[in-house]
Ligand binder design. Structure first.
Ligand SMILES: [Zn+2]
Length: 310
């Protein structure tokens, strides 16, 4: 199985179009040690020929253009695509907006929870994906299924399970109390297993907390790509970028007693990689004290184009 990180930034990317925070300004200026990043998405393949996208970011067209494996195979005629399926972890714009870039007559299965499919169904723009070519497959339970294009198996097993999170910003219901109307299927974690060699990894780009259930699931895992949105819960407030904490946005922070580094400390996960990293996060900068702390805790920080074989 080959995993390619297409984009490793949270919503807005690095640099974000309207942001002059230190990270965005330095990334824009080409300062070394702070590589620009597109918005979060991963591609995975069991055979190197058919690929599955985990989330479809607004930068998808650029990400496909930068990834030779996702180019049309000349042996298959004038028009084709190796992208055979898309799996969505939630309804956030930075995870679904790229779907409209897949409208060029591609044939692929679209997997998401009932809640996220309902959000897509409620927005007519996604009818640009012809349902006869792009069947909507509801991830209703946690039992393993084989990912497919139409009826053709792609050699990868998917397990999707709810994780603590928050409903997408544009779907928040302020009248619904502190959870804004969030339901269990609004945020999923994914486990992908290669049906040939049994290699497996978890992809959890959005997660509000590592509860006992999630900790038990991840214990002993070979590889986890995990929500690295913020280093500290209040960093966007401290940098005067936003009034929101990570908790308010449905994202666990890397640091602190309730953070992901502490939560993973005893889970014996062999390889831990932060992705979906917000432009405000000081751990983006190579050599920063925060980056050194992340590395000392056994974590890597994803960059665009990162390849992992399992
Ligand atoms: Zn910024």
């Amino acid at each position: 199985m080959l995993i390619k990180v297409l984009g490793s930034a949270a919503g807005g990317g690095l640099p974000q179009i309207n942001c002059n925070c230190r990270n965005c300004a330095d990334a824009r200026a080409g300062v070394p040690g702070l590589a620009p990043r597109t918005q979060s998405s991963v591609a995975v393949s069991g055979d190197g020929k058919s690929w599955v996208l985990l989330n479809a970011s607004p930068d998808l067209r650029q990400q496909i253009a930068a990834t030779p494996q996702l180019a049309p195979d000349p042996a298959l005629g004038l028009r084709s695509s190796p992208i055979r399926a898309v799996v969505l972890t939630n309804g956030d714009l930075d995870h679904i907006a790229g779907l409209v870039s897949l409208r060029e007559g591609l044939s692929l299965n679209l997997y998401a929870s009932r809640e996220v499919h309902a959000a897509l169904d409620a927005n007519g723009i996604f009818n640009a994906l012809d349902r006869t070519l792009v069947p909507r497959v509801v991830l209703a339970g946690e039992e393993p299924i084989e990912l497919r294009q139409g009826d053709v198996g792609l050699g990868l097993t998917l397990e999707a399970f709810p994780v603590p999170g928050k409903v997408a910003l544009y779907l928040e219901d302020p009248a619904a109390g502190p959870a804004f109307g969030t339901r269990a299927g609004d945020t999923l974690g994914l486990k992908i297993t290669d049906r040939t060699n049994g290699g497996a990894f978890y992809f959890i780009p959005g997660c509000a907390a590592v509860d006992d259930r999630l900790a038990a699931r991840l214990r002993g895992a070979e590889l986890v790509l995990f929500d690295g949105t913020l280093y500290t819960d209040d960093e966007m407030i401290a940098q005067e970028l936003s009034a929101k904490t990570g908790k308010r946005m449905g994202h666990i922070s890397m640091s602190g007693p309730e953070g992901s580094m502490a939560a993973f400390d005893k889970l014996d996960v062999r390889r831990r990689i932060f992705t979906h990293i917000n432009n405000s996060n000081p751990a983006l900068r190579e050599g920063s004290p925060e980056r050194r702390a992340v590395e000392a805790a056994g974590w890597e920080v994803a960059c665009d184009g990162m390849e992992i074989g399992l």
